[in-house]
Design a protein around this ligand. Structure first.
Ligand code: NAP
Length: 299
């Protein structure tokens, strides 16, 4: 079925683009391969979105989805495998081909793995404290990373677990200073700073039983039941490679106007080259990309 504006990704950028396009009277299809709401759906608390003092990421995502669906936007769970440049533009998904006058790529980012042997196979390794924290109630866990995600995860897990080891390769945190101060004050959070995870240990070859940590004094073991990996994100733009210009890290090359190298294809939010990746900048990109797409489509 042909649509006016096709949006790839139902995170904050994609759903904001859908909101603007639908309010302008266009038919809009949003394709999402994983989680409606994107990364923010896994955030325990959002406290830096203007006008909303505090909200869970899941509630924020639910609100966005309800808002666009009430305007007639169709949101489908499909994985985009290839962008087929037009006109008309089209995307091939695991379910078929969708044509559109304009495409907005808002594919977001995915978690960065540590890249250690056993990371994919062992039970007890997670990338989402909101999703999996409850499995570790009363137990000892580690969080690795020094950004706001790692800090938020450590704070959330400290309320559930007996002990949380926060492992960061530097002595200063990259994440929000207020958040870092709250985490530093928690009695059951042990800071393992200037420290890296050298190896994942398992007594039975199936589940994580500990870590091998390296710091200035050498290697030391740390017994934990779970590890939460929060070391940032990487783009997942393979479906667009060879059609859209990507930078060396794999982000879609697009400026503040969200225009890509292909006329009628826009990139919005975390998936594009930009300095600041926040909920607010994702929303801003969604609006900019939608207005660009509307101008491209004409009346
Ligand atoms: P991030 O800010 O990119 O931080 C990633 C952290 O992981 C950094 O401390 C980095 O260390 C470390 N790291 C990267 N690769 C590593 C490796 N191979 N081994 C060990 N450590 C590694 O990622 P994020 O915390 O997921 O945040 C992403 C974005 O979302 C940021 O813009 C952040 O501000 C935003 N965010 C905001 C909130 C909020 O409530 N305001 C909450 C969550 C996220 P170095 O410091 O040494 O580089």
């Amino acid at each position: 079925m042909k649509t006016d504006i096709l949006v790839v990704g139902a995170g904050c950028a994609g759903l904001t683009a859908a909101l603007y396009a639908a309010r302008a009277g266009k038919s809009v299809l949003v394709l999402e391969q994983d989680t409606v709401g994107g990364q923010i759906a896994f955030s325990p608390r959002v406290e830096n979105y203007p006008g909303i003092p505090s909200i869970s990421g899941a509630a924020f995502a639910d609100g966005l989805l309800a808002q666009v669906e009430a305007l007639g936007v169709r949101v489908e769970l499909e994985t985009v495998e290839r962008l087929l440049p037009g006109p008309p533009h089209a995307v091939r998904t695991d379910c078929g081909v969708h044509e559109a006058l304009a495409v907005i790529v808002a594919s977001g980012v995915r978690h960065r793995p540590l890249g250690l042997p056993g990371e994919d196979a062992l039970a007890g390794i997670s990338y989402c404290a909101v999703c999996d924290g409850a499995f570790y109630k009363g137990r000892d866990v580690a969080v690795v990373g020094g950004g706001s995600t790692a800090l938020q995860s450590a704070e959330l897990l400290a309320g559930l677990c007996r002990r949380v080891h926060l492992i960061h390769r530097r002595t200063a945190f990259r994440g929000e200073p207020q958040l870092a101060a709250r985490v530093r004050a928690l009695p059951n959070v042990a800071l393992e700073l200037g420290c890296t995870v050298e190896a994942l240990e398992s007594r039975d070859g199936k589940a994580l039983s500990g870590l091998s940590l390296r710091d200035g004094s050498g290697l030391r073991p740390l017994a934990v039941d779970g590890l939460f990996v929060c070391i940032g994100q990487i783009p997942g733009n393979n479906a667009f490679a060879g059609v859209l210009a990507l930078d060396e890290a794999g982000y879609v090359q697009a400026g503040e106007d969200c225009r890509t190298n292909v006329p009628g294809v826009f990139a919005a939010g975390d998936c594009r080259t930009k300095a600041v990746r926040q909920l607010t900048t994702a929303a801003a990109d969604g609006a900019v990309a939608a207005l660009g797409a509307l101008a491209f489509c004409g009346d």
